[in-house]
Ligand binder design. Structure first.
Ligand code: NAD
Length: 446
């Protein structure tokens, strides 16, 4: 694992810019609501508030015999469309605010991609780089035990996120299974190892979904001179589960991947990188930085490269007011959650740079998580072609819905004074509208 560096999400103002992730999520939501004329006023407050927020504190015996206290969080934002669904991240900056914002994003993502889940998210505040595998296992088991029946196959279903992986999900499953013997508990968590009920294609799903969404948006011919990823110069920030797959699949689809990075920095090669060599080098040296025959660049340089497509696939708040004017890509594809601040987003819109928003761009992960959940319930195993075919269908439909709504919004509000109309606003309008309607269809209880 890499060094973890991230702007503190609790730092509400950095260079006069609001970086609080919950403020950003709510501001984006409010913009979408401005374009939903028939939304009931009371519903708006309901859609913003988390249904349930859990915060737990627990001791762990460390390898050296000492005891440390850890804080864990799980937020279920909304379950109108179904049980909660969302990742678990292990990171020093995990806190209630970040997790709440990410849970809300999951609600809109699940709605947009049309999987029958509500939004949830969780995490433990820790630095995985400083923890042994055994310590991570103990943290996971204790965290899941603390959550008790607040997670479950039809209640709230965790998945991998930053610095958690298939191994972590195997521990989540095993802990829950020990607590609930004699039941089919496989659907309690997704992103599991293949031999433990994981789905073929889940590991690559987020990156693959990113490619499919990009291809479909471009095929809609909304960006002049770019109808396909073929020949496009691509820069990818982050070389983890998502970023490394994005780079590989875009390259396979004919793009030229000129730069990738991790927490130590980035590498650049104008003619296109040898990604297999980069992967091997990272495996051996812990970072892509230093790969022979490449130029070392900083993460900041990477965001400002001359390229056609920029894919932030690491942390939140990477494209901000202080660097947005240097972004030269024609298209930003948000593989990470919340990589662009609200104000930077407005600058990109004004500059005519399109952004495929996170709730669309990285929805492939939750889509194949849903497929895994279905296979677990049915005790079935779909082959890879079937998984990828179904994934493409869902990504295409959601991408078309976003582009259609964007075109309609632009047509209906030619001189909009309300809020900038971009693909993010359009995606949120589609997603929020759906959850609002289903809330009323189900009826307010009692
Ligand atoms: P990961 O832990 O596998 O990889 C994270 C990558 O970010 C690593 O390459 C790391 O080196 C890099 N990184 C860390 N700090 C950095 C910094 N300061 N500058 C540049 N790079 C840095 O995590 P992941 O699962 O690939 O998740 C990446 C993003 O994608 C997150 O925002 C996550 O929420 C989002 N996401 C992940 C999934 C999924 O299925 N894993 C699904 C949807 C969204």
């Amino acid at each position: 694992m890499d060094t973890v560096e991230q702007p503190n999400p609790d730092t509400e103002l950095a260079n006069d810019e609001d970086l609080n992730p919950l403020h950003l999520t709510h501001a984006q939501f409010q913009r979408a609501v401005e374009y939903l004329d028939d939304i009931k006023k009371g519903i708006v407050g309901f859609l913003m508030a988390p249904k349930r927020s859990i915060s737990v504190c627990f001791p762990i015996e460390m390898d050296d015999g000492s005891v440390k206290i850890f804080n864990g969080y799980r937020v279920l934002h909304n379950r109108v469309l179904g049980p909660g669904k969302g990742g678990v991240r292990y990171h020093p900056e995990v806190n209630q605010t970040t997790v709440s914002a990410l849970a809300e994003l999951m609600t809109w993502k699940c709605s947009l991609i049309k999987v029958p889940f509500g939004g949830a998210k969780g995490g433990v505040q820790c630095n995985p780089k400083e923890l042994s595998k055994n310590e991570l296992r103990r943290i996971t088991r204790r965290f899941i035990t603390e959550l008790g029946d607040n997670i479950g196959p039809h209640t709230d279903i965790p998945a991998p996120d930053l610095y958690t992986d298939e191994q972590t999900m195997a521990w989540v499953y095993d802990t829950y299974d020990v607590m609930h013997p004699g039941e089919n508990n496989l659907p309690v968590v997704t992103g599991k190892p293949l031999e433990l009920g994981g789905s073929l294609g889940r590991h690559e799903a987020t990156g693959r979904g990113c490619l499919y969404a990009t291809q479909r948006v471009l095929a809609n011919r909304i960006i002049e001179g770019m109808e396909t990823v073929e020949g496009a110069k691509v820069a990818v920030q982050g070389f983890g589960q998502v970023g490394s797959v994005v780079a590989k699949l875009f390259q396979e689809a004919g793009a030229i991947v000129i730069a990738v990075s991790d927490s130590q920095g980035g590498i650049y090669e104008e003619e296109g990188l040898d990604l297999e060599a980069a992967e091997q080098y990272k495996f051996e040296h812990g970072s892509v930085v230093g790969l022979p025959e490449t130029r070392t660049i900083t993460n900041e340089d990477l965001l400002e490269l001359e390229c056609d497509i920029l894919v932030p696939a690491a942390l939140g708040n990477q494209i901000r007011l202080h660097n947005v004017s240097q972004v030269k890509a024609k298209l930003v594809v948000e593989a990470a959650n919340g990589p662009t601040t609200l104000e930077a987003d407005d600058v990109l819109t004004r500059k005519g740079i399109f952004v495929i928003p996170d709730i669309l761009a990285n929805a492939g992960g939750v889509t194949v998580s849903y497929f895994e959940w279905v296979q677990n319930i049915e005790n079935e195993e779909w082959d890879l072609e079937e998984v990828n075919k179904k994934l493409r269908l869902k990504m295409n439909r959601a991408s078309d819905a976003v582009v259609d709504r964007w075109q309609k919004l632009v047509k209906d509000h030619p001189e909009s004074e309300i809020a900038p109309i971009n693909l993010r606003t359009a995606a949120l309008v589609v997603a929020v509208d759906r959850v609002a309607h289903v809330t009323l269809e189900r009826g307010i209880w009692p």
